[in-house]
Design a protein around this ligand. Structure first.
Ligand code: SAM
Length: 237
């Protein structure tokens, strides 16, 4: 999926238009996200590429510079976006993202709660997994980070499937309006154990919680909280 058309339909074939975000692919280790503007040019060591030549071409096209050099214009899929996004925080990469999406059993229509949003690397994949009928509500207590993530979701075409909230999830928990409604919850927080009682309240009866922590001490404290808050029949990762 991605980009989406205005009717929220998943589309692989839409042609590039003014204002689109494209991933300019030079090599597997040299890619850049570029916004298409009729009067602009993309410059690299192979020459100048006029954006006006890109408009109307399908995503995936090879385009040429004034010197005969070439690049590919790829759609900003979550896999590629994760490789080119600006890192405002530590991010999840494809291997962990795949694991999370699979074990959260995400399918179109799911309602997902996430915190923190960070750089939105995981959120973009969560959004694709639940589109076109589901929704991701993601929360970060850092206002600027939340605003930048919102802008990125607009640029990558997933904004209709994601709502970004500014909230201290460790201190306040998730908003009460989601009580009993979440199919899945994902936590990537410094003290996730503080958010686990709220997560328990938000989950549907057979909902799934996944908490991601780089340190074993964080995992131990989270496990203690999971044991206290869950009966053992629910699924936690
Ligand atoms: C490691 S980043 C998340 C990265 C994200 N998973 C990604 O793939 O881009 C952790 C985020 O949690 C946020 N955070 C930390 N404490 C928080 C809290 N109490 N409530 C909400 N967000 C919090 C931070 O601002 C930071 O953006």
């Amino acid at each position: 999926m991605l980009p989406t058309d205005p009717t929220k339909k998943i589309s692989f074939t839409r042609c590039i238009k003014e204002g689109d975000l494209v991933i300019v692919y030079e090599r597997h280790d040299c890619m850049k996200a570029v916004k298409v503007c009729q009067n602009s040019a993309f410059q690299n060591r192979f020459g100048a590429f006029k954006h006006s030549d890109w408009i109307g071409k399908p995503f995936g096209s090879m385009v040429f510079s004034n010197k005969g050099g070439f690049v590919y214009l790829l759609a900003p899929t979550p896999e590629l976006w994760t490789l080119v996004l600006s890192h405002r925080t530590q991010i999840l990469y494809i291997a962990d993202i795949s694991f999370v999406i699979m074990y959260l059993e995400l399918v179109p229509g799911c309602l997902v709660l996430e915190s923190g949003t960070g750089s939105g690397s995981l959120t973009t994949s969560l959004a694709r997994a639940v589109a076109p009928t589901g929704h991701v509500y993601t929360f970060d207590f850092h206002e600027q980070r939340a605003a930048s993530a919102r802008e990125d979701f607009e640029r990558t075409g997933v904004s209709s499937f994601v709502t970004v909230g500014v909230r201290d999830i460790q201190g306040q928990g998730f908003p009460d309006e989601f009580s009993g409604l979440a199919d899945s919850i994902f936590l990537d927080l410094p003290q996730p154990w503080l958010a686990i009682p709220s997560a328990k309240k938000m989950l549907k009866q057979d909902g799934i919680l996944c908490s991601f922590s780089p340190c074993i001490e964080q995992v131990q404290r989270s496990c203690e909280s999971l044991r206290l808050n869950f009966t053992g029949k629910e699924s936690c990762i």
